[in-house]
Design a binder for this molecule. Structure first.
Ligand code: MEV
Length: 308
């Protein structure tokens, strides 16, 4: 029996600050969500087949939602000059799909790593990033590259498009209570609607984007030498601007309001928006439990806790 196998791993992410403005070269801060693991396993097969929550069967029959994966597989095989190879690719993921938690970038990273492993080859950082970006351009439209970096990073990062990310040390004690609205996030739609609004009202939208960038810079300082309350205020301000940019929606706004009425020190959407997830900041475990209950009672379909 052929024992050949390739394994690739990545994880989820939470954007603390700077989603959307990061597409326009403002900084963003993101945290790895290491508990939300994603593993890709590749084994020999006479046909190209896939086993995932979305699709089980021939890769060529995969639905449109997996166009990004089809592309990254093709490009990775081309990079390795193995275009004719076929295999079975199995995806095991704890990252909820289309919730702004990095599933598309994580799966692309894990696929590239698994394919290189299958052929017993090392992949350098830049090649990995470029291959993942080709898939992310399909998933997000105009991807900044943030998700590609954070879904394989072991530490929080401070990221500016086209620059090497800086690793961040966080000196604050606190928790993020993440809640899923149960509605699919629409990252590509949010990114393209913001682009349109920016073309229509450049001055107004540029001001908001710049302000979001300033907030991210302030948050970087607060994470090092500030308080959890200061972080909460900045996150609330950031949410107001994201709402003005049109990337929040009713279900996010509702959970954010619930969190703020139940002891959160601040709350905002995370990721692409227009659905997906939000998070609230809390300073004690009692408040975390209280917030989780309030968010679930208000319709959140799932909650997670991330310690800062
Ligand atoms: C999506 O996780 C984050 C966005 O800023 C898009 C991107 O950075 O590619 C909305």
């Amino acid at each position: 029996m052929n024992e050949r196998i390739g394994i690739g791993k990545a994880h989820g992410k939470i954007i603390l600050s700077g989603e959307h403005s990061v597409v326009y070269f403002e900084p963003a801060i993101a945290l790895p969500f290491k508990e939300l693991t994603l593993t890709v396993e590749i084994t020999p097969s006479e046909q190209m087949t896939i086993e995932s929550a979305y699709h089980r069967g021939l890769l060529s029959d995969a639905p449109q939602e997996l166009a990004n994966l089809q592309l990254v597989i093709k490009e990775t095989l081309a990079n390795l000059q193995q275009n004719q190879e076929t295999f079975h690719l199995k995806i095991d993921s704890l990252i909820p799909f289309e919730r702004g938690m990095g599933s598309s970038a994580a799966v692309a990273n894990a696929i590239v790593l698994a394919i290189f492993d299958y052929f017993n080859k090392e992949v350098d950082e830049q090649t990995l990033f470029n291959l993942v970006q080709s898939a992310e351009m399909i998933a997000h439209g105009n991807a900044s590259g943030l998700d590609g970096k954070i879904t394989i990073s072991k530490q929080p990062i401070y990221f500016i498009k086209n620059q090497t990310p800086t690793l961040l040390d966080i000196n604050l004690n606190g928790y993020l209570v993440v809640a899923d609205t149960g509605e699919k996030g629409k990252t590509a739609e949010a990114v393209s609607s913001l682009k349109r609004r920016k073309e229509e009202s450049p001055f107004e939208i540029d001001q908001l984007i710049k302000r979001l960038g300033m907030i991210t810079k302030q948050i970087k300082i607060v994470l090092k030498e500030g308080t959890i309350r200061e972080l909460g205020h900045l996150l609330n301000e950031s949410q107001q601007h994201l709402e003005q940019l049109g990337v929040s929606n009713d279900s996010l706004d509702h959970l954010i309001e619930i969190a703020n009425n139940h002891g959160a020190l601040g709350a905002k959407l995370t990721g692409g928006g227009k659905g997906g997830c939000m998070f609230a900041v809390a300073d004690t475990q009692d408040k975390v439990a209280h917030l989780e209950k309030a968010l679930l009672d208000a319709g959140a379909t799932q909650t997670w806790v991330l310690q800062l």
